[in-house]
Design a protein around this ligand. Structure first.
Ligand code: PHE
Length: 453
């Protein structure tokens, strides 16, 4: 029965469409905004190495696991877990995993939209030539003044959330695929162009050194957790987003190959962002650990100085906003699909309510950069708290459970059938990674952070 079922929301038109959409979900602010600044905060090379290991050993196998769970049930993450536990004859409580994912999606989207709002505002700043001829301290002042104004942040956040809701309302084929199809190649081309600029700066090799030469003395328990959390975040794992995309995946597509392509593309974009940003940091006497503003304080320097920088600046921020949109729609889709399938909402109503909730939650992040900057819990402001809670705790916990479910609970024949590996060995490798390596890694990193190890 499962074989004939299709999602009620439709399906991707081809394997390429799925890869494109899932890559769209993966590539976003996580690669261009977050990866560089947390790499800067956590000391560079060693952090990057841990990150890459996490992508390879935890990320790719888990992406395969999430996709196969979604495709098997063809339903939203909450319902998927209900259906699959029944099929496996397992404990009913597994559906809480779906809930955890939906909650993480809301929380992430709440701040994601605020930051994407910054990128949108920077399109306008680039257009009006705010960066041309400006020196690094002027560029920093532009950023500081901008985030100090709650009204401006609210405006851009609202606009971005509205755009997200409008795309999600249009549904799977029409909305998602089209919006992703033309922007990813664009983003990539612009980044290559900017690597060209970075190569001309005198901080180029220092930047590369920072990014690729590991200094293990800089690695703390917490930075290992952050690197692992980033692997989940950047690959959109652990919260049902890839699961829900898997639900729209036709049966004849190879999950293994698709996962590798998606993870590969995501990693390349993140590394490119680092290769662009750190040379600018070191050429201009800036600090790698300047936090969430890093991208906004460095790239405009390049746009203000490079040949054709005005146009490149506009196009880059436009591409970044689109990349963020193709991720934000993935963040909200699990909740929307659940409201439609299980609560009988129309797509319009589901989008409206989910969007409104995430929008309202976004105020916590907005105020963290200005009027509530000093409101701290566990030494973190509200934005940092939400980020830590989601990326470093909820996603890895979700991923841990998904690994256990796909590796241990689900019947082997079922996972084998879905994965359709080219040979038994590749299936065994995958199974070993989701059964042992991924859960053990998450568990050990957690133990390390609480100081047991
Ligand atoms: N992967 C996205 C990014 O890197 C963020 C995201 C996380 C999207 C989780 C969906 C789910 O920007």
């Amino acid at each position: 029965m499962m074989d004939e079922k299709k999602s009620q929301h439709g399906e991707w038109s081809s394997r390429f469409a799925f890869i494109l959409a899932a890559t769209g979900s993966a590539v976003g602010l996580g690669n261009i905004w977050k990866f560089p600044y947390i790499t800067g905060e956590n000391g560079g090379g060693a952090f990057v190495l841990v990150y890459l290991l996490c992508v390879l050993l935890i990320g790719i196998p888990l992406m395969m696991a999430e996709t196969l769970l979604g495709r098997r049930s063809k339903e939203n993450p909450i319902h998927t877990m209900e259906i699959l536990t029944k099929e496996a004859g397992a404990d009913k409580n597994w559906h809480y995993l779906g809930w955890l994912g939906v909650a993480a999606g809301f929380l992430i989207l709440s701040y994601y939209s605020v930051i994407a709002g910054w990128a949108s505002a920077y399109v306008v700043k680039a257009f009006f030539g705010s960066f041309s001829g400006a020196n690094p301290s002027e560029i920093k002042a532009i950023f500081d003044n901008f985030v100090a104004s709650p009204m401006q942040l609210i405006f851009w956040h609202s606009l971005f959330m509205l755009a997200t809701m409008l795309i999600v309302v249009r549904g799977i084929e029409k909305g998602f695929e089209k919006s992703v199809r033309f922007l990813l190649p664009w983003l990539f081309a612009l980044m290559i162009l900017m690597v060209g600029y970075a190569m001309t700066t005198d901080g180029y090799f220092k930047g590369l050194n920072f990014l690729f030469r590991p200094d293990f003395s800089k690695l703390t328990a917490d930075s290992i957790l952050v690197a692992m959390g980033q692997a989940f975040f950047s690959l959109s794992l652990g919260m049902g987003s890839i699961m829900v995309y898997g639900a729209y995946l036709p049966k004849d597509v190879s999950i293994t190959k698709a996962s590798m392509i998606i993870a590969g593309a995501d990693t390349i974009i993140a590394l490119l962002a680092g290769i662009i940003i750190f040379p600018i940091v070191f050429s201009n006497g800036l600090h790698p650990n300047s936090g969430p503003g890093l991208v906004f304080e460095t790239l405009p320097i390049a746009f203000g100085n490079m040949f054709g920088g005005w146009l490149v600046g506009i196009l880059f921020f436009v591409a970044l906003v689109f990349a963020a949109l193709s991720s934000s729609i993935a963040l909200i889709e699990p909740a929307v699909a659940w409201l439609i399938e299980n609560k009988g909402f129309t797509r319009e109503k589901a989008c409206l309510w989910s969007g409104l909730v995430a929008w309202a939650l976004g105020f916590a992040t907005i105020f963290s950069f200005n009027i509530w900057a000093n409101v701290k819990l566990f030494e973190r402001n509200l934005f940092e708290l939400i980020d830590y809670l989601t990326a470093n705790l909820m996603l890895p916990i979700g991923g841990f459970c998904i690994a256990i479910f796909a590796g241990w609970i689900m019947h082997q024949e079922h996972s084998k059938q879905e994965l359709d590996c080219p040979d038994n060995l590749s299936y065994k490798i995958w199974q070993f990674l989701v059964r042992y390596i991924a859960p053990a890694a998450v568990f050990l990193v957690f133990l390390n952070v609480v100081g047991v190890l």
